[in-house]
Design a protein around this ligand. Structure first.
Ligand SMILES: Cc1ncc(COP(=O)(O)O)c(C=O)c1O
Length: 451
């Protein structure tokens, strides 16, 4: 086992101990396939890759969807106002989620922008948001000329730590935007309680969380408004597209007006003429593609869940791998399947090297978000004429300094590894390959770390 003559005794014992745990676990889990772990060299060091079969391709197209789509193109009724498909989609998506209403939008980002506007986030306001998210969550707030104020990230769940929210509230705070990252529900009860106490709105960024559930309710129906994305990589894609869901006619009517150039809608008649608004409408063709995927989404969600549960129960046994914990009575949908990676328990094999070794085994994976608040986007915003006008220099400096005090996020950014959702649609054998590849890399981590 001591394949590296330069290893110290202590590191050898550590290596051997970790390897023997991984190997005994491996041989137990893959005994039927006769895997001889000791003999199997890592692919990166000249061995045979564990997985040679490729992965389910994404997005997927079905010929059966073509006739309905062709009808739309041939009809010439393409824009939202000239046919009923978008409205049909909205009714169908609301029903799927148990929401009272749904409004289709051009994208997830525009769904967030409309929701912020309708929930009265105005220039100079502040919105508390999870830092561990796709950049669109930050940008939707900045586009609204508001300040994204970051709360801590819980390293166990990867979502916002509700206990860190209240201390971030100032007299300018208007809303909280929990992000159900990777389709894993945030702990919504305490978030809603804080929002009620301080009269704040809750906008769920559910852009990765179609059909995820928190205590029996679908994500996107637990806060005031929920926002979804149907961009190409998503579980229900239409190239681009988005939706807002909610339980209030009044709010969704306001969203409808704002996304439709400010035209009056339902309960939102204003003075009968235009209100402030933009054009964030979905097209008929997008709606038709989406509606045809409802059943597929439901079926595939169950497959991803079953495979993710299987992964979690097995990966947790590998030293240095920690699956994520979900809030009680909640169900994730796994847009990515994340786990925490502890390089120290992989003999110092860095996360990047781990990912390279895994790719060589035919199992691509890697880190996801980094500390994006240091990327310059926020510096550019707070140095801008508009932001300087809206906030005093002191507040902006304190805001910038506060990034250093964020808890959990750096750790989560640096130690999370994720697999993509399409991999969770593979058969059980390919999911076993993922487990085997990680076990193999663990078993040979000392050699890989030196390579
Ligand atoms: C968490 C999150 N929020 C917002 C968005 C924005 O959605 P879109 O790309 O449809 O604008 C995305 C898209 O990936 C996302 O993952």
């Amino acid at each position: 086992m001591n394949d590296n003559p330069t290893l110290t005794r202590r590191s050898f014992i550590r290596t051997a101990a970790a390897s023997s745990v991984a190997l005994s676990w491996l041989s137990a889990s893959r005994a039927p396939r006769g895997f001889a772990a000791e003999a199997a060299k890592p692919a990166l060091l000249g061995g045979t890759p564990v997985h040679g079969g490729g992965w389910v391709r994404w997005p997927q197209w079905r010929e059966a969807w073509e006739p309905e789509l062709l009808k739309v193109w041939r009809s010439g009724h393409w824009f939202r106002g000239s046919a009923e498909h978008v409205a049909d989609f909205e009714r169908g998506y609301a029903k799927l989620l148990g929401a009272k209403r749904c409004l289709a939008t051009a994208s997830g980002t525009t769904a967030l922008i409309v929701s912020l506007r309708v929930l009265d986030v105005d220039a100079g306001d502040e919105v508390i948001v999870s830092p561990y998210t796709f950049i669109a969550s930050y940008n939707a707030i900045l586009t609204s000329k508001a300040l994204p104020v970051f709360a801590d990230t819980d390293p166990v769940t990867l979502t916002v730590d509700p206990n860190s929210i209240e201390s971030r509230i100032t007299e300018r705070t208007r809303a909280i935007m929990p992000v159900h990252i990777f389709g894993m529900p945030c702990e919504m009860d305490p978030i809603n309680a804080i929002a009620r106490k301080h009269k704040l709105a809750v906008i769920e960024d559910a852009c990765q969380a179609w059909l995820a559930e928190y205590k029996g309710r679908k994500c996107g129906t637990v806060g005031d408004l929920g926002c979804f994305s149907f961009q190409e990589s998503k579980h229900i894609p239409s190239g681009e597209g988005g939706a807002i869901t909610g339980m209030s006619d009044e709010l969704i009517d306001k969203c409808d007006s704002f996304h439709n150039c400010g035209r009056a809608c339902g309960t939102n008649q204003g003075s009968g003429s235009f209100t402030r608004g933009d054009n964030y409408r979905m097209t008929q063709a997008q709606a038709v593609i989406l509606m045809q995927q409802f059943d597929k989404l439901v079926q595939e969600t169950e497959i991803r869940r079953a495979n993710a549960d299987y992964l979690s129960s097995n990966l947790g046994k590998i030293p240095g791998i920690t699956p994520v914990r979900l809030p009680e009575n909640s169900r994730a949908v796994w847009h990515l399947y994340p786990f925490r990676y502890d390089a120290a328990r992989f003999n110092g094999l860095s996360r990047d090297k781990f990912a390279k070794a895994m790719a060589a085994e035919g199992v691509p994976c890697g880190g996801v978000y980094h500390e994006q608040y240091y990327d310059g986007l926020l510096d550019e915003a707070i140095a801008s004429r508009g932001f300087k006008r809206l906030w005093g220099a002191e507040r902006l400096k304190a805001y910038r300094d506060s990034f250093q005090e964020l808890k959990g996020n750096k750790q989560v950014c640096e130690t999370t590894v994720a697999l993509t959702q399409n991999m969770l649609l593979g058969d059980r054998r390919s999911i076993d390959d993922i487990i085997e590849a990680i076990g193999k890399v663990q078993a040979h981590s000392a050699a890989l770390a030196k390579a």
